[in-house]
Design a protein around this ligand. Sequence first.
Ligand SMILES: Cc1cc2nc3c(=O)[nH]c(=O)nc-3n(C[C@H](O)[C@H](O)[C@H](O)COP(=O)(O)OP(=O)(O)OC[C@H]3O[C@@H](n4cnc5c(N)ncnc54)[C@H](O)[C@@H]3O)c2cc1C
Length: 396
Amino acid sequence: MTMVDHAATSRTAAAAGGPDHDVIVVGAGIIGLATARELLRRGRGVTVVDPDPVSGASRAAAGMLAPVAEVVWDQPALYPLMVESGRRWPGLAAAVAAESGREVGYLANATLVCAGDAADRRHLTELAGLQRDLGMAAEPIPAAEARRREPALGPGCVGAVHLPGDHQVDPRRFCAALLELLGPRVRRARVAGVTFAGDRATGVRLADGTELRGAEVLLAAGLGIGDIAGAPPEVAAALRPVHGEVLRLQVPERLRPLLTRTIRGVVHGRPVYLVPRADGTVVLGATSREDALPGVLAGGVEQLLRDARRLVPAVAELELVETIARARPGSPDDAPLIGRIGPGLSVSAGYFRHGILLTALGAALGADAVTGAPPDPRFAAAIDPTRFPTRRNETP
Ligand SMILES: Cc1cc2nc3c(=O)[nH]c(=O)nc-3n(C[C@H](O)[C@H](O)[C@H](O)COP(=O)(O)OP(=O)(O)OC[C@H]3O[C@@H](n4cnc5c(N)ncnc54)[C@H](O)[C@@H]3O)c2cc1C
């Protein structure tokens, strides 16, 4: 990749009386980092600002790249985004691995979705019909065949659907690789507000009062956008936290490989998944709650272990090495808000439960917004950041 000498760009701009920075990206989650890399690729200078990079939703995420399993009824605007982003992931993973010299944890190892009872099986079979109607590969298989493919599945799996196109990446490894290749362009600081001259964004003000002047500002701070002064109120008002617990488990040598592909399940209507990593760990997730309690709830851990054991009984023999809870940055229609909000100001946020999957496409669409490229007509309406206008007198 051709990297622009950002320090030189800044010096030139400053000498000319212009901004000190070209593009200021607020937020170093997977979206801010991947968009910053895409901007660099397009020849722009970037400064990413975050007090604690990869500490938000991107830290907890299982990293399922699941355009098929994530299909739910009545979200037609979301399907093309997920499919296109899934298609771009192998190329993105390979490029970031090559540029950073790091392993990014991309695994094309498919997914099996299991039913925990007869009602769950009916639901999954109906959903497989919709998935196939959308041109996606979804193959219902009997429980015995599922167990032949994944011998760790127990009698609690009463039927399954094989999804050969749903894969995974390790978001922590992928983000570590992005941090490596962005290097000193990532600055550890909290952004308190966006600065303006008239209606034009001119940069950001940090929590310690320092001002960074930038030609463009991209807000990619996830749920943190609501605390940034000058952030567009209609965007801040559209975002809501949807908390989820995730567990990380170590598979003992004697049980490896426990699973060869991602196992998702619906147990008495509740979703659960087990994502096996190449390093011998399994990510078990995830609860979903809108109770505004940010910590790890004992009930959440209990629910995940109970539902996972129903599908894979050997879960009880794994070592529990981490529990974590984070909030998904939800939006009213579950699709992200990506685009230009005003002169010098763009946003890329609200990726909800699909932010890892949507990174490959979202980074390109976010970079389009920043560089003034017209939004891709296939996705423009679905991602329009102004599609949830704040009503008069409504506070964000
Ligand atoms: C439990 C769980 C499981 C998930 N599993 C999956 C999955 O399997 N597949 C999938 O596709 N998606 C998954 N997701 C969703 C995915 O994690 C998110 O959609 C995605 O990580 C959002 O990325 P982001 O960069 O927008 O936000 P974040 O990762 O939250 O990053 C925002 C960053 O902004 C920074 N920030 C905040 N305020 C400021 C400020 N004022 N100044 C500077 N920086 C600031 C924060 O420090 C943070 O680093 C999951 C989410 C959760 C919670």
